[in-house]
Structures are given as structure tokens and as C-alpha cells.
Ligand binder design. Structure first.
Ligand SMILES: Cc1cc2nc3c(=O)[nH]c(=O)nc-3n(C[C@H](O)[C@H](O)[C@H](O)COP(=O)(O)O)c2cc1C
Length: 149
């Protein structure tokens, strides 16, 4: 069984709704989900498993509720040697080069901090997938198979 610390970045609530569905499946799979609502660097440092679920806003920006976490991780640069993580990035391909940029930024930062990606980053394109859950569910089930039983 794994305890997964969940960090959610959302502007209009889409990523929050998706995180509720993700948490339900995690708990049905006999793992524990810990939703971190006011995230700090310490929350990341003590996490045994990390899942970031984030939309992208502005021109490729990180939503406000994850932005200070990102900036502090970037400046404090704590090594997360081997901490397994996953990224669910919500975006819209019509934004071009900044498609899912917030999720990509976290992915790159975690790699730089030596955390360990569990599988590939999920990128959800709102211009194609009007409902995020049908693409998230198979990704999540696959991701959960990589966790300790
Ligand atoms: C003002 C605004 C700016 C956005 N900028 C981007 C962007 O740069 N890149 C991207 O992939 N998606 C962008 N999006 C799309 C959102 O990331 C996408 O709709 C997401 O599902 C919203 O999730 P949320 O409701 O949790 O905020 C933008 C949406 C809005 C409304």
C-alpha cells in the first residue's frame, strides 16, 4: 500500500473535480490519498509518493494555488532522490506551444530534483477530450500498478 500526496492546481475547478475522481479510485485500489490543500516545500519533502494534477493558465502559467510551491521548490531545490511521482496535466492544444506547460514545468522540476517519474506524464487536451475522466482512468489504473501492493 502506498500513501500518495496529491497537489492540485486549478483555476476554474476542472482539475479539482478530476482530483476527486482520482482520489476515489486510489482509495478503491487500497492505497491512501492525502490531498494537500495549502502546499509547502515540506509537504513535498516528506511525501513518499507524489501526484500533481494541474491545469495551465495565462500563457503557459501555473495556477495560483500551486505557483508559490513551484517557485519555492525551484529556489530551495530540495533533493527528492528517488521519490516516485506522476503528473496529470490539463490543458488545451489550441494554446499552441504552451499546451500543458504547467504540468511540463513540474515534470521538469521534479526530474531536476532527482525524483523518479512513474510512467509518462498524462496530457489532457480540452479541445479534444471534453470530459477528462475517460482518458484519465486508464492512465491512472496503469500508474497504480507501478506502486507497491
Ligand atoms: C485564461 C485561460 C488561459 C489558458 N491557458 C492555457 C495555456 O497556456 N495552455 C494550455 O494548455 N491550456 C490553457 N488553458 C486551458 C486550461 O488549462 C484547461 O481548460 C483546463 O482544463 C482548465 O482547468 P481548471 O478548470 O482546473 O482551471 C487556459 C484556459 C483559460 C481559461
Amino acid at each position: 500500500m502506498a500513501t500518495i500526496s496529491i497537489f492540485v492546481g486549478s483555476v476554474y475547478g476542472g482539475a479539482e473535480r478530476l482530483s476527486d475522481e482520482i482520489i476515489e479510485v486510489i482509495e478503491q485500489s487500497n492505497h491512501q490519498a492525502r490531498l494537500i490543500t495549502s502546499p509547502t516545500v515540506e509537504d513535498v519533502k516528506v511525501a513518499s509518493h507524489i501526484l500533481v494534477i494541474t491545469s495551465t493558465t495565462g500563457k503557459g502559467e501555473i495556477p495560483d494555488n500551486l505557483l508559490s510551491l513551484y517557485s519555492e521548490l525551484n529556489s530551495q531545490f530540495p533533493m527528492l532522490a528517488g521519490t516516485p511521482y506522476g503528473i496529470v496535466a490539463m490543458g488545451d492544444r489550441s494554446y499552441g506551444d504552451t499546451f500543458c506547460a504547467a504540468g511540463r514545468s513540474f515534470d521538469e522540476l521534479f526530474r531536476d530534483l532527482q525524483a523518479k517519474p512513474l510512467g509518462h506524464r498524462l496530457e489532457i487536451d480540452a479541445s479534444e477530450d471534453f470530459e477528462p475522466w475517460p482518458v484519465t482512468e486508464p492512465w491512472l489504473k496503469q500508474w497504480l500498478t507501478k506502486l507497491p501492493k
